[in-house]
Design a protein around this ligand. Sequence first.
Ligand SMILES: [Zn+2]
Length: 85
Amino acid sequence: MTREVYSERPLRAEYRLTRRGHGLAPIVITLGRFGIDELGRPEPDYLAAHVGCGGRVPPVAWRCQRCGEAVDANGLELLAPGDIH
Ligand SMILES: [Zn+2]
């Protein structure tokens, strides 16, 4: 994760996943599934996307909501909400 300050007063910083962090996407998505199943959460706090497509992939079914393609662990990445289509 990287941290970039974009305002000193008030102090504001933006956090972004590094390339290595993006490699953890399948694990984080699985944790989201755990949160839904075991903790009763309606949705995880992050958004997973289809690599190369940008479509959202919900943890309840590894299928891209944009193109409809089934996605495996290698086809997942984490994106900021504004980057999801
Ligand atoms: Zn897609």
